[in-house]
Design a protein around this ligand. Structure first.
Ligand SMILES: Cc1cc2nc3c(=O)[nH]c(=O)nc-3n(C[C@H](O)[C@H](O)[C@H](O)COP(=O)(O)OP(=O)(O)OC[C@H]3O[C@@H](n4cnc5c(N)ncnc54)[C@H](O)[C@@H]3O)c2cc1C
Ligand code: SF4
Length: 483
């Protein structure tokens, strides 16, 4: 049999033209038509030992899908145009494929066996098409819970970890209440990831479904201020902390207190709020400004795309690492992620809009230049990266490489602090198995593992739910024995 991947090239979701999309905040990618996506699913060679669904870590690297999506199975079902069974199979492992199908960086594709010699299967595009079609067909309905256990669980935080834990526990019959300090549920899905990647109606649609299935949402409640964890401990049989890891790192250089030096998360959150009708605070408005984004990661990329939409005069992004290569490096063999240079949506937009790639590599910010209290520039130096024979990397400053970049707005996107300190402030220490030092209190998602990915948050939500269910059943047994 001649394999289909020989004749069918990889194709991913269609994207709106840059000229059109930079004028709005709607999603830049759209659903694929059924015909082309069936062809993409046919590219799966149903290899004997697939790695796409392994979902494990090698060192710091994710190998395959962390929630073990049954990818080769749904590829076969899509090839056969058996969309309903593909949807059922997808929902067995993934609570929210409409989120991952839009914004997951798809570690599954980096570990796809076809990727050893050809372009990998377009797994994420297939996943999104299955779930979009399921919504269109009306197959996604509230699943009413037949039998209730009488046990009550409080979940603090409504990001993907909290939502996945709530979904699992609710379906097991426990009564779940989610406490969220923001005015909208969804965590970083709502305030963090911009609309261009994930429209907020997609998040609201899932929250409404979960509500219809019996989960209670209490938004605008800051646990620790409005209500204490101890009081929740007394009211509920178990409490899950899924509070994320949103404390951002600060620059820690001279002048970083200047007006116009803003944390990326505040900037992205405020920008999202304006889409709900709030007027934009001038300090978060990039219109007509020279914008510098410090930090070469995905949060930085989202700032680049947002600044373009606000009408920035120029956008430059500083990264401390060297430019990535076009091909998989020998030290990154399959099934590790290839980690090659990609032109993410934000960069594609900047390249077309400003006629230059905003990314600047191997650069260090030395100090913020101010006029009065206002930032007017950043002084930088160039770095060189040397990798020693033992694999350790060291960075050196290049002599005489001092430069000055003009800036009216500096967005700091240099990562997030580990969550341990925030947890310790409320007397909690998380254990590896989702339990904590306090009986009946559990921790999951970024709050446990540090800033990560949505797909990992979903996995943690599913696993903490298993742990909590086991705990509740044990408590029930003990009660029966003692009575
Ligand atoms: C800008 C940005 C873009 C990203 N883009 C992507 C992407 O494209 N793809 C991807 O896979 N991942 C992305 N990530 C990472 C991903 O969003 C997170 O890993 C994921 O959301 C973590 O889920 P979580 O449920 O653990 O926490 P969060 O999503 O952070 O949710 C935690 C929730 O807890 C609430 N909370 C905290 N403390 C309290 C309290 N005391 N009382 C009540 N509520 C509280 C918070 O308000 C928040 O809503 C991005 C992250 C950022 C910052
Ligand atoms: S959730 Fe992410 S890793 Fe898993 S199949 Fe979907 S795109 Fe791949």
């Amino acid at each position: 049999m001649r394999h289909k991947f020989i004749d069918i090239p990889r194709q991913t979701l269609p994207e709106r033209s840059v000229v059109e999309r930079v004028h709005d905040y709607k999603e830049y990618a759209s659903r694929m038509e059924d015909g082309p996506i069936v062809k993409q699913a046919e590219r799966c060679m149903d290899c004997g030992t697939p790695f796409c669904h392994v979902g494990d870590m090698i060192g710091q690297e994710t190998i395959g899908c962390p929630i073990h999506n049954l990818i080769p199975e749904w590829n076969k079902l899509v090839s056969d145009q058996d969309w309903y069974r593909a949807f059922e199979r997808l929902m067995e492992t993934n609570n929210f494929p409409e989120f991952t199908g839009r914004v997951c960086p798809a570690p599954c594709e980096g570990s796809c066996t076809l990727g050893i010699s050809e372009d990998p299967v377009a797994i994420k595009s297939i996943e999104r098409t299955i779930i979009d079609r399921a919504f269109e067909e009306g197959w996604v309905k509230p699943r009413h819970v037949q039998k209730r256990t009488g046990r009550r669980v409080a979940i603090i935080g409504s990001g993907p970890a909290g939502l996945a834990a709530a979904d699992q526990l609710n379906q097991l019959g426990h009564a779940v209440t989610i406490y969220e300090k923001a005015d909208e549920a969804g965590g970083l899905l709502f305030y963090g990831i911009p609309n261009m990647k994930l429209e907020k109606d997609v998040v609201r649609r899932r929250v409404r479904l979960l509500e219809a299935e019996g989960i209670r949402f209490k938004t605008g409640v800051n646990v620790g201020t409005d209500v204490t964890i101890e009081s929740l401990r007394h009211t509920y049989d178990a409490v899950i902390l899924a509070t994320g890891a949103q404390k951002q790192r600060t620059l820690g250089i001279d002048g970083d207190d200047a007006t116009g030096v803003e944390p990326a998360m505040d900037y992205l959150t405020e920008s999202t709020r304006t889409l709900g009708g709030k007027s934009l605070d001038a300090r978060y408005d990039a219109n007509g400004k020279d914008v510098i984004v410090i930090g070469g990661g995905d949060t930085g990329a989202d700032c680049v795309a947002t600044a373009i939409r606000q009408g920035a005069k120029s956008v430059t992004q500083f990264g401390k690492h060297p430019e990535k290569g076009m091909f998989r490096a020998p030290e990154r063999p399959w099934p590790l992620q290839p980690d090659t240079l990609s032109t993410d949506y934000a960069y594609a937009e900047a390249i077309e809009y400003f006629d230059r790639d905003p990314r600047t590599y191997l650069i260090r910010s030395n100090r913020v230049i101010k006029q009065g209290d206002q930032v007017v520039g950043i002084e930088t130096e160039r770095m060189e990266k040397i990798v020693k024979p033992d694999g350790q990397a060291t960075f050196f400053v290049v002599d005489g490489s001092v430069e000055t970049y003009p800036a009216d707005l500096v967005l700091v996107a240099i990562g997030f602090e580990r969550p341990e300190r925030e947890l310790r402030k409320v007397g909690i220490e998380a254990n590896h198995d989702y339990t904590s030092n306090v009986e009946g209190v559990f921790v999951a998602g970024d709050a446990r593992r540090g800033q990560s990915l949505i797909v990992w948050a979903i996995r943690e939500g599913r696993e903490v739910a298993d742990t909590v269910d086991g705990y509740l059943n044990t408590c029930q047994q003990q009660l029966k024995t003692s009575s």
